[in-house]
Write a protein that binds this ligand. Sequence first.
Ligand SMILES: Nc1nc2c(ncn2[C@@H]2O[C@H](COP(=O)(O)OP(=O)(O)OP(=O)(O)O)[C@@H](O)[C@H]2O)c(=O)[nH]1
Ligand SMILES: [Mg+2]
Length: 251
Amino acid sequence: MPRTNVVFFGNTGSGKSCLINMIAGSNAAATSSGAKGCTFRTNPYHTTIRGREFTFHDTCGFNEGAQSRTFEDKAIIELYRLLKHLIDGVSLLVYVMKAPARIEGNTTTNWKLFNDVLCKRDVPITIVITGLELEDDMNEWWTKNKQHFKDAWMNPFNHACVTTVKGKEKRGFYQFQEEYDQSKRTVEDMIFQSLRPTPWKMDTIDWLDHMIYQTTMESRKWGAPIERQLIDRCGMSRDDAEKLVKELDAV
Ligand SMILES: Nc1nc2c(ncn2[C@@H]2O[C@H](COP(=O)(O)OP(=O)(O)OP(=O)(O)O)[C@@H](O)[C@H]2O)c(=O)[nH]1
Ligand SMILES: [Mg+2]
């Protein structure tokens, strides 16, 4: 059986590398404590969970902030490159956000770009919220906040509310060890519940042509030229959409 590819993505500093370290059971992925992004290229981490072989792909974080423009964000292009070149295909996308997980800046644009436009809603997408170690009940966070995601048309297939840090050590015990162990189980459960039965591969035919030359009425609507989709569905300006298509097309 080929390895199961799971791709983690999200803003810089959201906790992707910490999350991968938690579930891969190592300190394989470098993490950051500063304001500057830490993971600068996509890195694969191989691990076996419950007898299944996985490759977790840690990716560069998206730029935060309302000023950042999608076509200028190298992380977008790198993520697209990864998805396009994964020979075994991808079985799950995991979008990582850190509490308070505000839906602002490019959050919805990036979500729709990958979920709706590039993966055509063909790959299950889940959300992991990190930074919840101080909550009485981490799962409650989703119940309290899910409406914001619905309002932004971000409807994940599944979710997990977690912490990826153990906290300070005192006499051999970590402050958040219990929350950390629970988080590890929660994320593993989420992954196993959400995997696509067979991996998804990006079309070998050029997706740009594919979208332009759809013929039926329904598919014409969904298969409009990529710029149109970026404008209509991701809310991009025409200028930004054209620039992004140029960048993606060059990959
Ligand atoms: N309190 C708390 N801090 C966290 C949690 N997850 C990550 N952090 C902190 O957030 C910072 C960034 O974590 P990373 O895992 O490096 O974030 P990243 O998403 O990989 O960042 P990039 O590689 O820049 O995209 C580190 O200082 C972590 O300790 C969490 O669950 N709780
Ligand atoms: Mg990282």
